[in-house]
Write a new protein. Sequence first.
Length: 230
Amino acid sequence: MSGRVLVVDDERSLAKVVASYLERDGYQVRCVFDGPAALEAAREDEPDVVVLDLMLPGLDGVEVCRRLRTFSDCYVIMLTARTEEVDKLTGLGVGADDYLTKPFSPRELVARVAAMQRRPRERRARPETLPRRFGPLEVDVPAREARLDGAAVPLTRTEFDLLAVLSARPNVALSRAQLITAVWGDGWVGDEHLVDVHIGHLRRKLDDDPARPRFIRTVRGIGYRMGPQS
C-alpha cells in the first residue's frame, strides 16, 4: 500500500507518532501543525488522504476542510478530542469522509487510511454509457457526476460512491453494513451510523425531503434504497 498522506495536528508529538506508523506501511507522509499550513501543503502535495485535527491554530479543522473541498477531492479523516456528536457531524458536514475521537490507536488510524486507499472508484460489471435516471435525478457513473434538473450536484467522493451503490440496485434495500462494505471497504471499523450522516448530506444536496422522499428511501429496520427508477 502506498500513497501520500498529509497529517495536520498541532500536537506535534502525536502527529509524528501517526506519521511513523504510516511510513512503516509505505506511505509518503508530511506533517504540518496549523490550518494555513495545511491548505498550503495540500495544494503543493495533492495528498490522497488528509488526517485533519478539528482544533487547530490559524484556521480550525472545519474551515480547513471547507476550503480544501474547493480544490481537492482527497479523503479526509477528521480527528477530534471532543466526544459530542455535534463536533463529528460538523466535521462531516463540510466534506470529511470519516472521523476518529481522541485518544485513538495509531494502528486503527492506519487501518482507516488503508481502507480508504482500497476503495475502488468504479464498481461495474460492464461499462455504462447512459446515466441512471430517477425522475429529475441523473447518476452518471463513468463521469462521476450527479445532475438534478440538468444541474450538477456538488458531491464529495464518499457521497457520490454512496449514491452510485444505491442507484446500482434500485428498489433493493441495503443495510448499513452492506453500504459500509461497498463504500468504505471490508477493512473499515467504526460506527455504522456514519452512513446515516452521509445519507443526510445526500438528501440535503438532492433537495430530498425524508418525510416525502423522491430518491432515497429509509427502510425501517434495514437501511436504505433508491427507487423507483424511471
